[in-house]
Ligand binder design. Structure first.
Ligand code: ATP
Length: 580
């Protein structure tokens, strides 16, 4: 029943880790519209050219069709079941089946329904509800329902406190068990107070990973961790991989974004049983999958992994092998370990898994405590092909695993920071500028934006256009073309940016910048440092982050923080403030 919530609120047929997706091709939809409304394909196509929106074409076609009987009203369960059947049909004969289901759905549509059904099928229906809004709304719903049930109205103060408490509980439970199918029934049955006991981390449902805060200098690490036990680990340059094993022996690997990666890493799936000891009956480990040269055991950069296809990879076609570096154990044999100290979790990890050279290892770590030791270990990590270090609290509550949080108890120390470049940013491509000269068939530059999760809006930050090869521009064009929009989406805070074309905010790029400056044109972090926004000077494209969704992009607070650090560093160095 609760799959309906996903479709009504997020327009998804299933949670990300199950990955049932719609995205039916135009020609199939044109055919179905024609069949259900008795119009020829040529006429439907001509309408599409005029309207530019197949949803509207379907609606107009339906409404101009005379029907003798009013069709039976569509219900959410009926639409949901049919959409799911369409998404799950595969193979050659599936085409006819899909057309016939769509035709059946369209036949029952009234008013505007055809427009929304077709947009859903195209994968173009935008609802734009962010997860946190939905979780807050759930908390409100459950508290209001509680008041009704108890027939007792709380005064304003108590109501606010109860809402805050419920929101906090629901958010934390959801970050551990991100499945509405499991959380909502438990909420309805036992209420909010018993939710933590009812819904716990469960193998098979990927949890939201814990993240780290950037730190710029080793001294900062010591300021934060002084007098506490901490450890430094290699920060591997690969892809986050959460490995789950269920009691029944099923093994799954999930990305940072909770997507099922078993099709991308069939080799890893084959390798995994070799590293599990018999005592590890069910578990969840947090790890990094890294490209490795098996001939000499050397680690290779992330770019090697990113060349792999994301789906249907065949083991025999794989050129670059992957080694898994485990750094945390979150669940073991029926017990969630999130509230154990990291020291204990790490011990359990080493007890229940074994090193398989070239296939599986534990993240290399050193429990150092002086600047010199950290510096030496950092240099060693870079020499071994890593990005730098992750510094983590080892003991006490501060070392608990906090799903989905960017925590100060995990600091990342990258070699780039030390070179004074600062952390990279993950930005969303929201606009394009047509190319000139040889580049007229592709976009020559792009408008990027950060994401403000509180305001649920994208804020423009810079134009980026140098350093792309012809090949790269072609490939970006191919990816972005289907996302073109003629006007900016409502949640883009445009400012003075004027790209030639807008995009659906979906694609995330990692970008480095030499410098940040205040800008009257762009809207990023407006009002945080001063009224003007902040922009990137000389932004440089590093890589596509297809393991990140648009709402995982860097936020305005982080950008304001980076700007302020830069101002501070410049004033210390005697330079003047970088106004631009
Ligand atoms: P980045 O761009 O730095 O990868 P991110 O936003 O993906 O950033 P961060 O929290 O900033 O995530 O950095 C942590 C990432 O580093 C993890 O998501 C993981 O993929 C990777 N990583 C590599 N080695 C480790 C390690 N030893 N412990 C934790 N994470 C590690």
């Amino acid at each position: 029943m609760f799959g309906y919530l996903e479709i009504l609120i997020f327009h998804q047929l299933s949670p990300d880790y199950i990955g049932v997706e719609l995205g039916i091709g135009e020609s199939l939809l044109v055919k179905a519209i024609g069949e259900s409304t008795g119009r020829s394909i040529a006429v439907v196509k001509a309408d599409l050219k005029k309207e530019g929106d197949l949803g509207l074409v379907a609606q107009n076609s339906k409404n101009s069709q005379k029907t003798l009987f009013k069709p039976k009203a569509l219900t959410v369960p009926f639409v949901f079941a049919n959409l799911k059947e369409i998404a799950l049909s595969t193979g050659h004969s599936s085409q006819n089946k899909k057309v016939s289901i769509i035709t059946k759905l369209l036949a029952a549509c009234q008013g505007e329904e055809a427009k929304y059904i077709i947009r859903s099928l195209e994968g173009k229906l935008r609802i734009g509800n962010a997860e946190r809004t939905v979780l807050v709304a759930l908390a409100h719903a459950i508290v209001l329902e509680e008041q009704e049930r108890n027939n007792k109205r709380l005064n304003k103060e108590k109501l606010t406190a109860r809402l805050e408490q419920a929101t906090e509980i629901i958010k934390s439970v959801y970050s551990e068990l991100p499945s509405y199918d499991l959380v909502i029934p438990a909420l309805l049955e036992g209420g909010v107070d018993s939710l933590r006991d009812q819904c716990k981390l469960t193998p098979g449902v990927p949890l939201k990973p814990m993240l780290a805060k950037p730190t710029k200098a080793i001294g900062e690490v010591l300021d934060r961790f002084e007098n506490k036990r901490f450890t430094c680990e290699y920060k591997y340059d690969g892809e986050r991989a959460q490995v789950h094993k269920l009691e029944d022996g099923t093994v799954g690997v999930f990305s940072r974004n909770s997507e099922d990666m078993s099709k991308k890493y069939p080799d890893l799936m084959d390798q995994l049983p070799n590293c599990m000891k018999d005592t590890a009956k069910s578990f969840v480990i947090d790890a990094e999958a890294v490209a490795i040269d098996r001939t000499n055991g050397k680690l290779m950069p992330f770019q090697e992994l990113s060349r792999r296809k994301r789906k249907d990879v065949k083991v025999e076609d794989i050129q670059v092998r992957v080694c898994l570096f485990a750094f945390d154990l979150l669940y073991l044999n029926g017990e969630p370990l999130l509230h154990k100290s990291f020291l204990d979790r790490r011990e359990l990890l080493k007890e229940h898994f074994k090193i398989v050279p070239g296939e599986f290892d534990f993240a290399k770590s050193s429990d150092c405590d002086t600047v010199d030791e950290i510096q030496t270990f950092l240099e060693e990590s870079v020499k071994d092909g890593c990005e730098g270090l992750m510094v983590k609290m080892l003991e006490s509550e501060a070392s608990f695993y906090e799903p989905s949080r960017r925590s100060v108890d995990w600091l990342k120390l990258k070699k780039d920071y030390l070179a004074g470049v600062g952390d990279s940013l993950d930005l969303v491509v929201v606009g394009g500028y047509y190319g000139k000269g040889k580049r007229t068939n592709v976009y020559g530059a792009f408008l990027l934006a950060c994401y403000d999760a509180d305001g649920e809006e994208y804020q423009t930050i810079c134009k980026i256009g140098t350093g792309f090869s012809e090949e790269a521009l072609q490939s970006h064009y191919d990816t972005l073309k289907p996302l073109e929009l003629t006007k900016p989406r409502g949640d883009i805070k445009v400012g003075g940016a004027k790209p030639d074309i807008w995009f659906e905010p979906k694609v995330v790029w990692e970008v480095l910048t030499a410098d940040l400056s205040l800008s009257p044109v762009y809207t990023a972090a407006q009002g945080l440092v001063e009224e003007r926004g902040i922009s990137l000077r000389f932004p440089r494209f590093i890589r596509i982050r297809d393991d990140k969704g648009a709402d995982d992009a860097t936020g305005p607070e982080q950008i304001a923080e980076m700007y302020e650090r830069q101002v501070l560093a410049q004033s210390k160095g005697g330079k003047k403030k970088g106004d631009g």
